[in-house]
Each structure stands twice: as C-alpha cells, then as structure tokens.
Design a protein around this ligand. Structure first.
Ligand code: HEC
Length: 160
C-alpha cells in the first residue's frame, strides 16, 4: 500500500468511528428517547375518562397516546399534552358549549368539526375536562416545538 492510500483508509476509519460514536451518543440523549407526554390524573379518573372518550367516539377524530381510529382521516388536533395548552375551565366550557366553533373557529366542513357535547351529563363533562387538563407535555418538548415553529416562520435558528 502506498502512503497516500494508507492515509485515505485511516481517514475513512476515523470518520466511521466518529459517526458510530456520535449516533450512540445521540441515542443516549434523554430528549431523543423520552416520551414527552404524561398525565397527572389518578388511575380512577383516567379509567372513567377513557370510557367516556371511547363511548363518545372522540377517537374517530382525535389521536391520544398515539391512538387514532385508522379508518378516519379527520384533521382534528391531537389531544396529547392539551392540558399544557388549555385550562380545565376552558375545556369544560368548550365541551359544554352548544356551539364549540364560537370558542374555537373552524375551517373544516361541518361533518369534521368538533361536535357539541352540551347534552352530555354535567358530571361526565367535568370528568372529561379534568382528565384533558391532566394531559401534559414536558417543558423541553414544548420549548423545542416553539423553537421549531419560530424557525419555520422566521427562518432563524433560535438555538443560536
Ligand atoms: C367529528 C370529529 C370530532 C369528534 C367526534 C370529536 N372532536 Fe374534538 N375536535 C374536532 C375538531 C375538528 C377540532 C378543532 C376545532 C374544529 O375544527 O371544530 C376539535 C377540537 C377539540 C378540542 C380543542 C383542541 C384545542 O386545540 O384546543 C378538544 C379539547 C376536543 N376537541 C376534545 C374532544 C373530545 C373530548 C371529544 C369526545 C368527547 C371530541 N373532541 C370529539 C373534531 C372532533
């Protein structure tokens, strides 16, 4: 082997080791592997709310815990972390409104829009609102998402 070839092989070797090492470090970073969503609800509230969520077919439009009815393609917001965005009283009012679009305007066709759950028993609406409010997103993920959004809007890398 000539000196030049040796050098090229060595350079490739260093690059490969560096690349593999970096990937390993990357995987070990907590932010990359953590699930950013969690709930602060008691198991009792979570169980009852999950029943209501199923009975009222929320799942046919929304995704929660990565679950969504695969047969549906309604572009409804995902509900993971919604409690970091909305307060319990906002959620209660929203579920109770005879016209949810008066609170949150919609650009969707009527059949895809958030239906009114004003006729649902009050105790059920309260329970659902308290469960939804318990769905949180971890701060680092929220910060990252905000930065990414800003970056998309402004074209400026906010981390610099
Ligand atoms: C027919 C589809 C559909 C069903 C069923 C449905 N939703 Fe929605 N929901 C939507 C859409 C679409 C929106 C966004 C607002 C709009 O377009 O009306 C929304 C908005 C919301 C929001 C506000 C999200 C935000 O960004 O603040 C919450 C909370 C919510 N829904 C909870 C529920 C719950 C709980 C149920 C079941 C009890 C449910 N939804 C059932 C379609 C649906």
């Amino acid at each position: 082997m000539r000196g030049g070839e040796k050098f090229v092989l060595l350079a490739i070797g260093v690059l490969v080791i560096f690349g593999v090492g970096r990937n390993l470090l990357h995987v070990a970073e907590p932010h990359e592997t953590d699930i950013p969503f969690y709930s602060t609800a008691t198991s009792e509230v979570a169980r009852k709310a999950t029943d209501l969520y199923r009975e009222n077919t929320c799942r046919s439009c929304h995704s929660l815990w990565s679950l969504k009815d695969v047969m549906q393609s309604v572009p409804a917001p995902m509900l993971d972390g919604i409690g970091s965005l909305r307060t319990e009283s906002w959620l209660y009012d929203y579920l109770s409104s005879p016209n949810p679009q008066a609170i949150l305007p919609s650009r969707l066709k009527k059949k895809y829009q958030m239906p009114s759950f004003a006729l649902m028993p009050e105790s059920d609406r309260k329970l659902l609102a308290s469960y939804l409010a318990s769905l949180r997103v971890k701060d680092w993920y929220l910060e990252q998402t905000k930065k990414d959004e800003q970056e998309k809007l402004t074209g400026v890398d906010q981390s610099k």
